[in-house]
Design a protein around this ligand. Structure first.
Ligand code: HSE
Length: 438
């Protein structure tokens, strides 16, 4: 069915959950429904909405008669063609999404935790009944990313994906960079603005970005990568001082997710990590400020691509959900589906096998011969120094090293030896450097 034939097919939506995103979706549908119908031949209608608390005041745009607290009944209802999961959490959505797929109903979800834990079974369930399971909103909110990765770039040999995929940490680091704020003060600002939760652990320790990076890796490499496969380091130990030094050396400090793979063997060995990083100021990711997200894709054929936008919030998330609904509705009307397939489990590369350049800030006693001792430790561990700067502070000196790209295991061994060295009074910062041509 398409717009030019003049006929319009009605596709009915069952919403599971109706918070900020559900309300924003209802508003978008009210504003854009006629245009969507004219362009696609599909009239979208919300036919049922499941919520856990029926007594809560809801958006007046939504007819009170649509609401129920029986989510399973919404999934099973004959007047629900597509299930839109906006509940959050993992176990209940897992059951409901699996039931919908088993019934042959396409599912749209923005639930990153669900996919990063149970993607394998759900992709397989969608494959078994031949229906869409779409999740654009799960990664980088309003930025179209999953569809480009699944469709436009499916034939692209992707070398690496680097992303700023957590808006809260990007906001905190922007405030630390631009206002010289401490981590604690910037976090409170992020909480006041509603970016960070009262318990900010998921954002600041990299779990949120880790789940998103696991999904990106699964789609790019066609292998199941789980949240637990992701190496995480948070931003809470970063200081405004390091950020200032980094800027002087020509770098921005960002919380970065990196996805790549060793494809030299028949089975790719996939590496996914989330950590703070120094990014050269002339790299496109360095200019991504405030709570914005961006994903930088390095392809062998296409070259470098960057997608930029809002990674969270009702409007951007609803926009991504609506795009998926339209896709699923058009596919359903045409009797097709864009399935991911039953993916095999990924082989994961341990972090120690990876290589990176590093920024290191080390405090030493300031006396003759100390620099030579420190440099010797680097040399014996095959870690090559790219640049070094020394600042004297009374009888202590601060040494700032940037290394050449080195194996993680070698840098770890260097740091372990330095900690044992008598003149070394502290290793204060260890931050990877990404974004050079390496
Ligand atoms: N808390 C996330 C962020 C949004 O700050 O980007 C939801 O994934």
């Amino acid at each position: 069915m398409n717009a030019s034939s003049g006929a319009v097919t009605t596709i009915r939506l069952g919403l599971l959950g109706c918070g900020t995103v559900g309300s924003a979706l209802a508003r978008l549908l009210a504003e854009r429904g006629a245009t969507i119908a004219a362009r696609t031949g599909i009239q979208l209608e919300i036919s049922r909405i499941a919520v856990s608390d029926l007594s809560k005041t809801r958006d007046p745009l939504l007819d009170a008669a649509l609401f129920t607290d029986d989510a399973a009944a919404v999934v099973a209802a004959d007047d629900v063609d597509i299930v839109v999961e906006l509940i959050g959490g993992v176990e209940l959505p897992r059951e409901l999404v699996a039931d919908a797929l088993a019934l042959g109903k396409p599912v749209v979800t923005g639930n990153k935790a669900l996919l990063a834990m149970h993607g394998a079974e759900l992709y397989a369930a969608a494959d078994a009944t031949g229906v869409d399971l779409l999740f654009e909103a799960a990664v980088a909110g309003g930025i179209p990313l999953m569809r480009p990765l699944r469709e436009s770039l499916v034939g692209e040999p992707v070398r690496r994906v680097m992303g700023i995929i957590n808006g809260t940490t990007n906001y905190i680091l922007t405030r630390m960079t631009e206002a010289g704020a401490s981590y604690d003060d910037a976090l409170v600002e992020a909480q006041d603005l509603g970016y960070a939760e009262a318990d900010p652990t998921a954002d600041v320790e990299g779990f949120d970005a880790g789940a998103k990076a696991a999904i990106i890796a699964s789609i790019v490499y066609g292998r199941i990568v789980l949240s637990d496969d992701v190496h995480h380091e948070g931003i809470s130990n970063l200081t405004a001082d390091d950020i200032e030094v980094a800027a002087r050396l020509g770098y921005a400090v960002k919380a970065i997710a990196v996805v790549d793979a060793d494809t030299s063997a028949a089975e790719p060995a996939i590496a996914v990590r989330v950590h703070p990083a120094l990014v050269p100021l002339d790299h496109p990711l360095a200019s991504v400020r405030d709570s914005f997200n961006a994903v930088f894709i390095e392809g062998d054929a296409v070259g470098d691509l960057m997608l930029y936008g809002r990674g969270a919030g009702g409007g951007p998330t609803a926009s991504a959900v609506l795009g998926d609904i339209i896709d699923a509705a058009v596919n359903r009307a045409a009797g097709t589906a864009a399935r991911i397939g039953a993916l095999p489990r990924a082989q994961i590369r341990p972090i120690d096998e990876l290589s990176s350049a590093f920024y290191l800030r080390i405090a030493v006693v300031d006396r003759p011969g100390v620099l030579a001792q420190v440099a010797d430790v680097f040399g014996r561990n095959s870690v090559s120094i790219q640049s070094m700067e020394q600042q004297g502070l009374d009888d202590e000196a601060r040494l700032i090293f940037i290394t050449h790209v080195s194996q993680e295991a070698a840098v770890k061994a260097t740091l372990a030896e330095l900690r044992e060295l008598e003149p070394v009074s502290g290793i204060h910062s260890v931050i990877r450097v990404v974004g050079h041509d390496d």
